[in-house]
Design a protein around this ligand. Structure first.
Ligand code: PXG
Length: 460
C-alpha cells in the first residue's frame, strides 16, 4: 500500500511540485496550476483523486490497448517476479520469457521478419535502429551508407537518437540536435500542407521527396528511411493511399532499408497486428513498444528482417545492448497482453466494430463550425480546428485554441490530446459501442464549449 494514498489532492500536488520534474513540461507553468492526480483506472475509464471519472480517449499515451484493470497481466508479472525477477541476455544467456516472446513476435510479424532485439522503450528501439542499420551496412562492406532519412514532424522518441530521427523542430532546438547524418523530408500532411493538390497527387509528390533526397545525398551514402505508418504525436497524419506504395518502390529501387516505426500503430491500433500490414508496407525493421505490453510494463524491441539479421551476423559482435533488454517481468507482461489480444479477438473487434462505428461518429463532427477536417483510420483520429471552415486557414496563434479545447475536454471528463490546433484521439482498443457514443458526445460538447468560449472572448 502506498504511504501517500490517503493524502488530499492539494498536498499531493504540493509535494509533486516540490520534487517531481515532469516530461515535456514547462515546470513553472505546471506548478502554478497544479497537476491532475490519477489514482485508478478500469477499462477505458480513469479516476482522479477528487473522484472524477474521465474517459481516456488517448489510451494513456497511445499504449493501453487492452484497457486498464487487467489483473491477468499483473498475475503473470507476479508469477515471473517470483520465478526469476531478473537475468540478463548478454554473455551467452537467455531465459524462458525472452525465448517465448521472441518466438511469438516472429509468429505475428510479416513472414520475412523472424528476429527481435529487445529494449525498454520506443526511444531505445529507435536508438537501436540507428546503430543497427549503420553497422549492417558496414558489415556489407558499405561503411559509407550512414545517412538516415526521416520526416519533419515525425516522433521517434526523446533520447538523443530518437529526437534526431524525429522531425520536431522544437526538440531539435534544445541541445544542438539532430546528430550528424540524419536528413528530414516533408510529411504527407495533406490538410496542412497539400495546397491546391489533390490528396493522391500530393501523396506521390511527398513520397518523391525521398527519391530527390536520395539523389542529392547519393544512394551509396543512404542507410535507411524511417517513418511511422500513421504519424501519431505529429497529429494523426494519415497519408494518402498513394504514399506508401511509392515509398516502397523508391526504397527498393535504391536498396534503402525501410524502417516502419510501429510504436503506436503496432499491436492492433489499426485492426491489424502492425500498421505495415494495414498499408502493405514491407519493412526491413519495425521498432515496437507501447501496445506490446499495453503499457503495463516498459518494454520495446526492434523486429528485424532475415536479410538484416543475417547481414549483421557477418559483422562480428554488435556492441549494443541494455541491462533491461528482454527483462523477464516485462516479457511476461507482453506475452499475457498478446494472449488477451488473441483470445478476446480484439483486432477483429477494432476492424469490424469499434473503428467503423467510431469513424462514422467522428466524420459527422466535420459538420461542426469549428472543424475543417475530421479523419480516422483504425482507432486513430484527428479533428482540425479552424476559424474559417471552407478555406483551411489556421488560427493565427498555433496551439492556443487547441489547448483551450483540450482543457474543455478535461472539464467534460474526456482526455483528448491537442497537437497544435489538431485534436487527436486513440482510445483503448476494447472500447465498446456505448462508450464510443459517450466519446463522440463528449467530443461534440467540447467543441460546442470551445466555440462558445471563443465567441465570448471575441476571438471568432
Ligand atoms: N516512436 C513513436 C512512433 C512514438 O509515438 C516513440 C517512438 C518513443 O517511445 P518511448 O517509449 O520512448 O516514449 C513514440 C512515443 C504524445 C506522446 O504526446 C507520444 C509518444 C510519447 C510521449 C508522448 O503524443 N510517443
Amino acid at each position: 500500500m502506498l504511504r501517500f494514498n490517503q493524502k488530499p489532492t492539494a498536498e499531493l500536488q504540493r509535494i509533486d511540485a516540490d520534487h517531481h520534474l515532469h516530461p515535456f513540461t514547462d515546470t513553472k507553468a505546471l506548478n502554478a496550476e497544479g497537476t491532475r492526480v490519477i489514482v485508478r483506472a478500469k477499462g477505458i475509464w480513469l479516476e482522479d483523486s477528487d473522484g472524477n471519472r474521465i474517459l481516456d480517449g488517448m489510451a494513456g499515451l497511445w499504449c493501453v490497448n487492452v484497457g486498464y484493470g487487467r489483473d491477468e497481466i499483473g498475475a503473470a508479472v507476479e508469477r515471473q517476479m517470483r520465478e526469476l525477477p531478473y537475468y540478463n541476455t548478454f554473455f551467452k544467456s537467455t531465459h524462458v520469457p525472452a525465448v517465448e516472446l521472441a518466438d511469438k513476435l516472429a509468429d505475428l510479424a510479416p513472414p520475412h521478419i523472424n528476429r527481435v532485439f529487445f529494449c525498454g522503450s520506443g526511444s531505445e528501439a529507435n536508438d537501436t535502429v540507428i546503430r543497427m542499420v549503420r553497422h549492417f551496412w558496414a558489415a556489407q562492406g558499405q561503411p559509407d551508407r550512414q545517412v538516415i532519412i526521416g520526416r519533419k514532424n515525425a516522433y521517434h522518441g526523446s533520447t538523443i537518437g530518437g529526437t534526431s530521427l524525429g522531425g520536431m523542430a522544437a526538440m531539435h532546438g534544445q541541445g544542438g540536435l539532430p546528430i550528424p547524418g540524419i536528413h528530414h523530408i516533408d510529411q504527407p500532411y495533406w490538410f496542412g500542407e497539400g495546397g491546391d493538390m489533390d490528396p493522391e497527387e500530393f501523396g506521390i509528390a511527398r513520397a518523391r521527396e525521398l527519391e530527390k533526397a536520395i539523389a542529392d545525398i547519393g544512394a551509396d551514402k543512404v542507410a535507411a528511411f524511417i517513418a511511422e505508418p500513421i504519424q501519431g504525436a505529429g497529429g494523426v497524419v494519415i497519408p494518402p493511399d498513394s504514399y506508401w506504395p511509392e515509398i516502397g518502390r523508391i526504397c527498393k529501387a535504391h536498396d534503402i532499408l525501410l524502417v516502419a516505426d510501429e510504436v503506436i500503430c503496432g499491436f492492433g491500433r489499426l485492426g491489424t497486428w502492425f500498421g505495415s500490414d494495414y498499408f502493405s508496407i514491407e519493412p526491413d525493421l519495425m521498432p515496437v513498444a507501447k501496445g506490446l505490453s499495453s503499457g503495463y510494463q516498459p518494454i520495446g524491441g526492434v523486429l528485424v528482417s532475415d536479410r538484416v539479421a543475417e547481414g549483421l551476423g557477418e559483422g562480428g559482435e554488435f556492441f549494443h545492448g541494455y541491462t533491461y533488454s528482454a527483462h523477464p517481468a516485462c516479457c511476461a507482461a507482453a506475452l499475457e497482453n498478446i494472449r488477451i489480444l488473441e483470445d478476446e479477438a480484439i483486432l477483429q473487434h477494432v476492424s469490424t466494430v469499434a473503428a467503423p462505428y467510431l469513424k462514422d461518429k467522428w466524420m459527422a463532427l466535420a459538420d461542426h463550425p469549428l472543424i475543417g477536417e475530421s479523419r480516422m483510420t483504425g482507432l486513430m483520429g484527428a479533428l482540425e480546428l479552424v476559424p474559417n471552415k471552407p478555406d483551411r486557414t489556421r488560427f493565427p496563434e498555433v496551439g492556443k485554441v487547441g489547448t483551450l479545447c483540450r482543457d474543455h475536454a478535461f472539464r467534460n471528463g474526456l482526455v483528448m490530446r491537442a497537437v497544435g490546433d489538431t485534436m487527436v484521439v486513440a482510445p483503448p482498443l476494447v472500447i465498446d459501442r456505448n462508450e464510443i457514443d459517450q466519446l463522440a458526445a463528449l467530443a461534440e460538447k467540447t467543441l460546442d464549449d470551445t466555440l462558445a468560449a471563443l465567441k465570448a472572448d471575441g476571438l471568432l
